[in-house]
Structure formats: C-alpha cells, structure tokens
Write a protein that binds this ligand. Structure first.
Ligand SMILES: NC(=O)c1ccc[n+]([C@@H]2O[C@H](COP(=O)([O-])OP(=O)(O)OC[C@H]3O[C@@H](n4cnc5c(N)ncnc54)[C@H](OP(=O)(O)O)[C@@H]3O)[C@@H](O)[C@H]2O)c1
Length: 274
C-alpha cells in the first residue's frame, strides 16, 4: 500500500485513498495554509463543501500551489438549502467559481434532504453528462435512502461519504455499498478528534510506535475505506500521511473492529435538522 494508491469508481475514474478534509478550517488564512501544507505534504485530494464556507481559500491555495490540475482530485458538495434541480445547478456554478476551477472531480449531495434528493441527483447526473464533474456521489445516505434513489437514478452514486470510525464502523452499510459497487469514504475518520484516547488504540499505537490517529487511518485503508482526515496543524497534516511503513495484523484489525458502539459524533441522517 502506498500514499498515492487510488480506489476506482464504476466509471474508471480514480480517487486517492487518502485525502484531506477541510471542515472547520476557517476561511482565510487558516484554510489557505492548511491546504497549502497538505499539498506540500503530498495529499492530492481535497474535500470541501459549499457549507464549509472556505471554497475561496481552498481555491486560492490550489491555484498558488501551481500543481497540474490533472494531478489533483477536488471534491465539493451541494448544501441542503440549495437542493432541487435548478438550484443545484446554480450552486454548482458558484462552487466552481469560488474554487477557481474549470471542473470538479467529485460532486456530492451533502445530506439526504427528503423530497429533494432525487431532483438534486438529476442535476448531478446532468453535470456529469455535460463533463463538468468527473464523478458523482452522495453523503450520509443510509441504505433506505440509496434504495429509494435507485428507483429514479439513471446513474448509481459512485461513492457514499459517511461518518465512519472505530466507534461507528458502519459494517452493514459498508456491505450494502460494496454489493452495489459504491465506494465508501469515511468522514470524521478520527471521530472529529474525540476518539483518540481509546485504550485499545493507544496500546496498538505503542506497539507500532505510531500515533492513535495513524492507527485509525491505517485501519481505514486496510479495510478499503477512502479516508479524509482534517487538520490545520502542519505537523499533524504530515503525521496523517505516515501510514505506509507499517501494517496492522488481522488480530489488531479485529480488536479495532470490536470497538464499534454505533456511536455518532455528528447527526444521524434520519434525524438531521434540515
Ligand atoms: N459529508 C459530511 O457530512 C461530512 C461531515 C463531517 C466531515 N466531513 C469531511 O470529513 C473531514 C474529516 O472529518 P472531521 O474534520 O470531522 O474530523 P477528523 O478528521 O475525524 O478529526 C479532525 C480533528 O482531529 C484533530 N487531529 C487531526 N489529526 C490529528 C492527529 N494526528 N493527532 C491528534 N489530533 C488530530 C484535528 O485537530 P487540528 O486541526 O488542530 O489538528 C481536528 O480537531 C472533514 O474535514 C470534511 O472534509 C464530511
């Protein structure tokens, strides 16, 4: 396994298995510097969203990096208030402008807003068919949302970005997605920083002379889960890339699997205040 390894969508487009998240990176200097550090540390995949209100800073950092566009993989998302067919197309144009990009690699529905997500999906299909995005997918879709979407979708979601970490391992949804060739991507892979003191993870970290964050991210990768840790700290940004010089044993993987408590650090998509 290597830093630049990718997972492949049903359409052949590849997404880096390790990316960089920017939720809660403040617009302006903080987000700009975080993305700049991330690109310098070798990440090529950046995950933002209209709702994070930092697309402009992310776009500036991408531009100033002078990296070839085709070497980067940029994800953004349509926010709940913008869902619906026409409003999604408009929101997409705004994101593109803020990011100063000609196209987006991956465009996602941020949350499954009931009564709207199937129209929103039609807009994503249009953006895909007209070449403005290279891949389309969803976030926070439970199995029942996906099953509902399949009834009207021409193109199946290529990825489902969900809250996923050792305290919320999402095994049933991962199995469902695998059956439908939908790649699973973990948001809050570190439980938003709140699950790093777990004793089992600490013990495994000590054995490998790694940090708890590195153990969790390695667990993602060994499970075939695409992962997008966030940090605004240059040392931690780099630390989260040092995942390729060790391997968790089957017993260690099983120990981490056993930590699941179906515990969410974020909202449940069925009870989200849309
Ligand atoms: N689709 C969705 O609905 C959705 C929802 C939430 C998140 N996301 C995406 O997923 C990304 C990741 O999730 P997240 O931002 O919630 O959290 P996360 O990656 O699980 O954790 C980030 C937190 O952990 C800290 N941290 C990072 N690396 C660390 C390390 N090596 N050691 C100790 N602490 C460390 C960070 O602090 P510092 O910054 O101070 O280092 C920050 O407080 C987001 O940025 C966003 O792109 C998507």
């Amino acid at each position: 396994m290597k830093f630049k390894d990718t997972a492949t969508f049903t359409n052949g487009v590849e997404i880096p298995r390790l990316g960089f998240g920017v939720w809660q990176a403040k617009d302006g200097q903080e987000a700009y510097e975080a993305v700049t550090h991330a690109l310098k540390s070798g990440y090529t995949s950046i995950d933002t969203a209209a709702a994070y209100k930092n697309e402009e800073s992310v776009g500036r950092a991408i531009k100033d990096s002078n990296l070839p566009r085709e070497e980067l993989f940029i994800t953004t998302k349509v926010w709940n208030a913008d869902q619906g067919y026409e409003s999604t197309l408009k929101a997409f144009d705004e994101s593109l402008k803020k990011l100063q990009l000609e196209y987006i690699d991956l465009y996602l529905i941020h949350w499954p807003v009931a009564d709207k997500y199937s129209d929103t999906w039609r807009a994503l299909e249009n953006l895909y068919e007209t070449g403005k995005v290279r891949a389309i997918g969803v976030c926070n879709f439970h199995e029942h949302h996906l099953t509902e979407l399949f009834k009207t979708a021409k193109i199946k979601p290529m990825i489902n970005q969900i809250e996923l970490h050792p305290k919320l391992s999402q095994e049933p949804l991962r199995a469902f997605c695998e059956k439908h060739q939908i790649i699973v991507e973990a948001w809050s892979p570190l439980g938003n920083g709140k699950i790093l003191t777990d004793a089992t993870i600490a013990e495994i970290a000590k054995a490998h002379e790694k940090s708890p964050a590195q153990i969790i991210l390695r667990w993602d990768l060994q499970h075939g889960i695409v992962t997008i840790p966030k940090s605004v700290n240059a040392d931690r940004i780099a630390e989260n890339t040092q995942l390729f010089d060790f391997e968790l044993s089957a017993a260690e993987m099983a120990k981490i699997d056993a930590l699941n408590e179906d515990h969410r650090t974020g909202p449940d998509p069925d009870n989200f205040n849309f």
